[in-house]
Design a protein around this ligand. Structure first.
Ligand code: MG
Length: 384
């Protein structure tokens, strides 16, 4: 390869031959679903997206057919059986590339599914001046050794993968490696062979997925959104409630409950975000229990149901559509009322109003419409 430009022919090796016992998943952890798909698939796709056209996935011999099914349809992926030790597996991957050697190879652990392209760029750029390069992060916590006290952390690094090497150099280093003891990583194999290994900036996103908690209900890890829409008719002699706030007006909304059209729209948005049906399903108009009911109970129920499923309300944006009354003067009270029911701060609740330029049923003052969008956030990421 050229020693002045980053390597142009680059292959990747994804090591997925481990047993993954600490994660406690039914499948070896690299094949267990994480954020909607098998863990190993994330990094393979990341390499493919970064333009790496040859990707060798090293798996345990008893996972060969499973892995073949998994990567069917991804161009450039080759499945290779690994060894007992990680180093043997990497070596098997390198040997699989040796027949048509690339300029450089990125060696990566399947347990680090989130792989930013910028890290790959930094690693390959570093190969211009060094036969090897690894991503590292500083140690931010204090370190303490039992009996000795605080350990200086300034010259310590957290080492990540992928690790990048000029292909011929790392192949020779692995071939020369003595089987025992087990190599910590490929940088150790390289340094043992006398190769210089450069350090480049890693990325917190490259975090290793290790423990069962990392796999806990993966669907709950994403924010979810839902929308709601509702209309009620205006009539004389009715009370007008919007967002749980009683508003003095010449007429009010008609409905089975208190007909708080705004709370109904927000309730449907929250229910929608967790795919839990709609307000009519939970509180049927045919049920006499809900006659004249205060609608904050409906929204509180939806919020509780979302919490049961692992979500808290992140924010809500509501639009009320009417010619009258004017919403502006009531907005602070409406936001506070909604925030209290939702369990958020007022800054997470937006109440907007619009007219329809005297057009349609809202324009003629026959009714009020409301639409809402709610974003829910996973509870177990520090939200209470
Ligand atoms: Mg309604």
């Amino acid at each position: 390869m050229s020693e002045t430009n980053p390597p142009s022919r680059v292959a990747a090796i994804v090591v997925a031959a481990g047993k993954g016992l600490r994660a406690g998943t039914a499948l070896p952890k690299q094949f267990a679903p994480w954020r909607g798909k098998p863990l190993v698939l994330h990094s393979v796709e990341a390499f493919a997206c970064a333009g790496i056209s040859t990707i060798v996935v090293v798996v345990a011999p008893d996972q060969l057919s499973h892995a073949r099914g998994l990567f069917e349809g991804i161009a450039g992926v080759r499945i290779v059986p690994g060894g007992v030790m990680r180093q043997e597996s990497v070596c098997a991957g390198l040997e699989a590339l040796a027949g048509d050697p690339p300029d450089a190879v990125l060696i990566h652990d399947a347990a680090r599914p989130t792989l930013p392209a910028a890290v790959i760029d930094r690693l390959l750029a570093a190969l211009v001046n060094s036969p090897g390069a690894i991503p590292v992060l500083p140690v931010v916590d204090s370190l303490y050794r039992e009996g000795e006290g605080k350990v200086a952390r300034e010259d310590l690094h957290r080492v990540q993968t992928p690790q990048a090497f000029r292909f011929g150099d790392i192949l020779a280093a692995h071939r020369a490696w003595e089987a025992a003891p087990e190599a910590g990583d490929d940088a150790e194999v390289a340094r043992t062979a006398g190769l210089k290994v450069a350090l480049v900036e890693g990325d917190e996103a490259l975090r290793k997925i290790t423990f069962a908690g990392d796999f806990a209900d993966p669907a709950v890890r994403w924010p979810r959104t839902g929308t709601g829409f509702d209309v009620h008719r205006l009539a004389a002699g009715e009370e007008l409630w919007l967002c749980g706030v009683r508003i003095e007006h010449s007429c009010g909304l008609v409905g089975h409950s208190d007909a708080d059209v705004a709370l109904h729209a927000v309730t449907d948005a929250v229910l929608g975000a967790v795919a839990a049906g709609d307000i009519g399903e939970h509180f049927p108009p045919s049920d006499p229990r809900w006659r004249g009911a205060a609608s904050h109970a409906f929204l509180a129920h939806a919020v509780a149901l979302a919490r049961e499923r692992g979500y808290a309300v992140g924010n809500v944006d509501l639009t009320i559509v009417c010619e009258a009354p004017r919403i502006g003067p009531h907005r602070p009270a409406m936001r506070a009322s909604l925030a209290a029911i939702l369990g958020t701060g007022s800054d997470a609740v937006s109440v907007k109003a619009t007219t329809t330029e005297r057009l349609g049923f809202t324009g003629r003052g026959e009714g009020i419409a409301a639409q809402a969008i709610a974003t829910l956030i996973p509870l177990h990421e520090g939200n209470t």
